[in-house]
Design a binder for this molecule. Structure first.
Ligand code: CU
Length: 503
């Protein structure tokens, strides 16, 4: 799996890192330029502390009608957090979250920026703010060792929504570990008022294991160089904007999404299923485009989209490069509550309902799995029901795999589609041979099969690269114990044996 880096590339990476170090040695603490002496009109400006917020929240609009000297204190922390259910990742963060804290200033403000690198960090970091006019966007001036703090000052000359990110070598690794966020520079007159503002960023992640593989994951440099992400995520984790964590708005409200792409590599075709953006401040600039379905957001770029929500329901945020949404995690939800307007929307369109119930079923079953795990722990010493509970937990895990992978063809109720997809519910073909079912999931199936007296002649794709042995065992345990089927639990080791068999 793991490729070795070619020596030339390693040389280039080291070179880049040394280059940055040299840059910083000449402009770093030993050679710091000292405090800037402001002219009287700047000294006269009021000083205020910036309010920073964690995603998906945005600081309140600025109401003042004058410039200020704004003090920003941003702390870098390297922390383990979930990237998916049961999978942790060591994220490098600005403010403890991915994306980092949202910063809001006004055009003309003089920003006194403090970058604090927590003593527990293992590496130096810096920040390049695209809102800065000046070399490196502040990168060289903010190169900060663990347990140190750096300060520099800049004037916010241009209004817009801007990405900030770490620019310490190897830069794609720092960004790939989550070091990016957004800074909004409001025009002096402010932005048009809206009822709700949300903060969402997309990033691509390169983990040692496959999508969904549990345990602590590490950064895979070879995958990053090949631009083959394991995860493409909104706000740093699978499900970060789903179920209980969905964005919420009321019918009739005007919503604004500040959406940025940290990368390090992919651009986003950002789309909200079931909505049309009334205005898009494309590329984060001052002009708007009206009535946009999907907007392209480059890596290291951002935009703002305003839209009124007219009818209730669940609206799904996706990167419309849809494998990223359905197989790599780039999926979020906006839940709109309130009264229906059946003239605008009759309730028959399929997209939002279909996807919404899929995501809901998934998050419902992860909650249920957590409950069951707690119960198993409590029962473990004394109770003979342990075996039954373990199997039930496996079924719940399997349900999540089913709702992510199989449901699209075999449908959530396992009944399939007449003449197209055979049923799994009460399938005589399925129940007749357990090993064959493992083989079908791993290697796929084509040619005629007869299920409950009806012949299907189609093709099912193999899932051996998409699913781990445990996931195959889980999904089949779920299938064999749902919709009236019954059977024992499947074991990952048995799946492994079949995966490795030769013909
Ligand atoms: Cu960094």
């Amino acid at each position: 799996m793991k490729k070795k880096l070619p020596p030339l590339l390693i040389g280039a990476l080291l070179g880049a890192s040394l280059f940055l170090h040299n840059l910083n040695a000449s402009e770093g603490p030993s050679d710091a330029k000292g405090l800037v002496i402001f002219p009287p009109e700047i000294v006269a400006l009021p000083i205020e502390q910036a309010i920073l917020t964690s995603p998906p929240r945005v600081p309140p609009p600025l109401t003042r009608k004058h410039s200020a000297r704004v003090v920003v204190n941003l702390e870098v922390r390297e922390i383990n957090m979930p990237i998916a259910d049961g999978a942790d990742y060591t994220f490098w963060t600005y403010g403890g979250t991915v994306p980092g804290s949202f910063i809001r200033v006004r055009q003309g403000d003089v920003v006194e920026f403090h970058l604090n690198n927590h003593p527990s960090s293992k590496l130096p970091h810096n920040i390049d703010l695209h809102a800065v006019t000046g070399p490196g966007g502040g990168a060289a001036s903010t190169f900060t060792a663990p347990g140190h703090t750096s300060k520099f000052t800049f004037r916010a000359l241009n209004p817009g929504i801007y990405v900030y990110h770490c620019a310490t070598a190897p830069v794609p690794m720092h960004i790939g570990n989550g070091m990016y966020g957004l800074i909004l520079v409001e025009p002096p007159e402010g932005l048009p008022p809206v009822d709700q503002e949300f903060y969402v960023m997309q990033g691509d992640f390169y983990t040692s294991g496959r999508f969904g593989e549990t345990g602590l994951q590490t950064f895979d440099m070879a995958k990053s160089i090949d631009e083959h992400p394991t995860y493409v995520l909104f706000n740093g984790a699978v499900g970060s904007l789903v179920g209980d964590k969905a964005l919420v708005a009321k019918v009739g409200e005007k919503v604004r999404i500040y959406f940025g792409v940290g990368g390090p590599n992919l651009t986003s075709s950002f789309h909200v299923i079931g909505e049309i953006f009334d205005q898009v401040y494309y590329e984060g600039g001052s002009k708007t485009q009206d009535n946009v379905q999907t907007t392209l957001v480059p890596s290291g770029g951002a935009m703002m989209a305003d839209f009124k929500v007219d009818v209730p329901g669940t609206y799904v945020l996706v990167d419309h490069s849809l494998s990223r949404a359905f197989n790599k995690g780039a999926l979020g939800m906006l839940k709109v509550v309130g009264d229906e307007d059946r003239v605008i929307y009759s309730g028959k369109e399929i997209d939002s309902v279909y996807l919404g119930s899929q995501s809901e079923a998934g998050s419902e079953s992860s909650r249920r799995e957590a409950e069951l795990k707690a119960r198993i722990a409590a029962e473990i010493r004394s109770n003979p029901t342990i075996a039954g509970l373990t199997k039930e937990a496996q079924e719940e895990r399997g349900k999540q795999v089913y709702m992510g992978v199989c449901f699209a063809c075999h449908l959530p109720d396992g009944k399939g589609l007449p003449n197209v997809f055979p049923p799994l519910a009460a399938s005589d073909f399925l129940l007749a041979d357990r090993e064959r079912s493992v083989r079908i999931v791993l290697k796929g199936l084509s040619g005629p099969v007869t299920v409950n007296g009806t012949t299907y002649n189609s093709a099912m794709p193999p899932h051996e690269t998409a699913l781990t042995d445990q996931q195959v065992a889980d999904v089949l345990t779920y299938v064999f114990n749902s919709w009236g089927n019954s059977g024992d639990a499947f074991k990952a080791d048995d799946v492994k044996a079949i995966r490795n068999e030769r013909h």
